[in-house]
Design a binder for this molecule. Structure first.
Ligand code: HEM
Length: 418
């Protein structure tokens, strides 16, 4: 693994993260300055970096003080931009609760468990196609293939649109990486797209696509999640067109790459740690070790580096005075490597239990909606892969996404023995 051993890495720079996660910077912050003020050089007004597990959890469960309703990423937005682009993730209770309740039904553990067979079918197909060669970029050939196809099935979009949606999802959420977009957010002027999700031209394409999906459901009786979202609630309220389009863009962005990068990190460990591979190889699908292994892989992967809140009132933390209006950034990935919470957090222990990691957020109203789907996909894909191979080794240095928002291995070459 590329270890970025810089203990004073610039967290505001996307380039920092192409060298891997700066573990030492976050360790220093957790130990010495757990509520650190970070200046921004690109016109941002600066933010508080919250890096310890307990603090992140504590702040995250107080949406009445640490609001999501003024943006959830570092980007400064005008009120107009915010209103045009906000999703239900960028609202606070009670406004947030309405959409969350509708969606929760479709994404609950119980509902998602019903998809196991389908996920297995798709995962088997993807693994068989990838393993026609013994040397495979497992991110491109395996991890990238499954999540959007699966999410499409849950939402109700046609299978054949899957690849297009993956590309669009990448353009949106990887808007800082030139491998995924021509409109790199910190390199070109994206002012023209400031009312679009992620200030990206792909936002317009996704909006147009969402509108077509919406019209289809308003004119034809359908029974999928998108149709459910469009039904009036008990008070007769319905989602507006903009709310629907923004939810769709959120799902395409959030449900696509985070699961991909969790799978990528899982395969990274399997390809580099034969003892981990051997612990899992040959295990029956219902062996409980799969559940603890998946949790541990996702803890380590922690693909969403942070989410931001905005303080609505003054608050003191570790002697620092957070002022109303300040940006407060919860570094979930750092929380997952906090020695105060996890024994030997830099090691992979696939039997770790308990493992209350914060890769999906921790506490609070915004905990990941798609967590059960993500867990199922990671588990079943790894099971299907390991049934088909006898060993795997990494053969080239991995490459990381250029982003200080999403952490991901975007290319991982592996040699398989079968
Ligand atoms: C391993 C994969 C995933 C990770 C690590 C992850 C991570 C997260 C995190 C940390 C949050 C909390 C955001 C906050 O505090 O503001 C979140 C929220 C969310 N996630 Fe995920 N996610 C994953 C997969 C998915 C999938 C497959 C979907 C599919 C729909 C999804 C949809 C969402 C949505 C809609 C929210 C907002 C929930 C709300 O505001 O109530 N995620 N996710």
């Amino acid at each position: 693994m590329i270890i970025n051993d810089d203990s004073h890495a610039d967290l505001t720079s996307h380039d920092t993260f192409t060298k891997g996660f700066p573990y030492n910077t976050f360790k220093r912050l957790r130990d010495e300055d757990p509520c650190a003020w970070i200046d921004e050089t690109d016109g941002g007004k600066g933010f508080w970096a919250i890096t310890r597990y307990e603090d992140i959890k504590e702040l995250n469960r107080q949406p009445q003080i640490f609001s999501s309703a003024k943006g959830i990423r570092l980007e400064e937005q005008t009120e107009e931009e915010y209103l045009a682009r906000r999703t239900f993730q960028e609202t606070d209770p009670p406004e947030h609760t309405r959409q969350r309740m509708i969606l929760h039904r479709a994404f609950s553990h119980k509902m998602i468990a019903k998809y196991e067979e389908l996920v297995r079918e798709l995962a088997a197909e993807v693994c068989d196609a990838a393993l026609t060669s013994n040397e495979v970029d497992v991110v491109k050939q395996i991890a990238r293939k499954l999540p959007m196809r699966m999410l499409g099935r849950v939402l109700g979009t046609p299978d054949e649109d899957g690849e297009w949606l993956v590309d669009k999802g990448d353009e949106l959420i990887a808007n800082s990486d030139p491998d995924f977009t021509d409109h790199v957010i910190d390199k070109v002027d994206t002012d023209e797209y400031r009312f679009m999700p992620f200030r990206s031209p792909a936002g317009k394409d996704v909006y147009d696509y969402a509108k077509k999906q919406m019209d289809l459901r308003l004119h034809t009786k359908m029974h999928d999640v998108l149709a459910l979202l469009l039904e009036p609630n008990k008070d007769g309220d319905t989602l507006s067109e903009l709310e629907f389009k923004n939810f769709f863009a959120l799902a395409v962005a959030a449900g696509n790459d985070t699961t991909r990068y969790s799978l990528a990190m899982s395969m990274f460990h399997l390809a580099n740690k034969p003892q981990v591979f051997n612990q899992l190889h040959g295990k029956a699908d219902d062996d409980p070790i799969w559940d603890t292994a998946v949790e541990e892989f996702i803890r380590y992967a922690a693909p969403t580096l942070h989410f931001r809140r905005t303080a609505l009132e003054d608050y003191e933390l570790h002697g620092k005075q957070i002022k109303a209006g300040d940006k407060v950034v919860l570094w979930f990935t750092s929380g997952n490597f906090d020695e105060r919470q996890f024994d030997d957090p830099m090691s992979i222990n696939i039997e770790r239990s308990p493992n209350q990691h914060m890769a999906f957020g921790q506490g609070g109203p915004h905990a990941c909606l798609g967590m059960w789907l993500a867990r199922l996909e990671v588990k079943v894909t790894l099971q299907e892969l390991l049934k088909r191979v006898t060993s795997m080794q990494q053969i080239e240095k991995e490459k990381y996404l250029r982003s200080n928002f999403i952490r991901g291995i975007k290319s991982l070459m592996v040699r398989f023995q079968r």
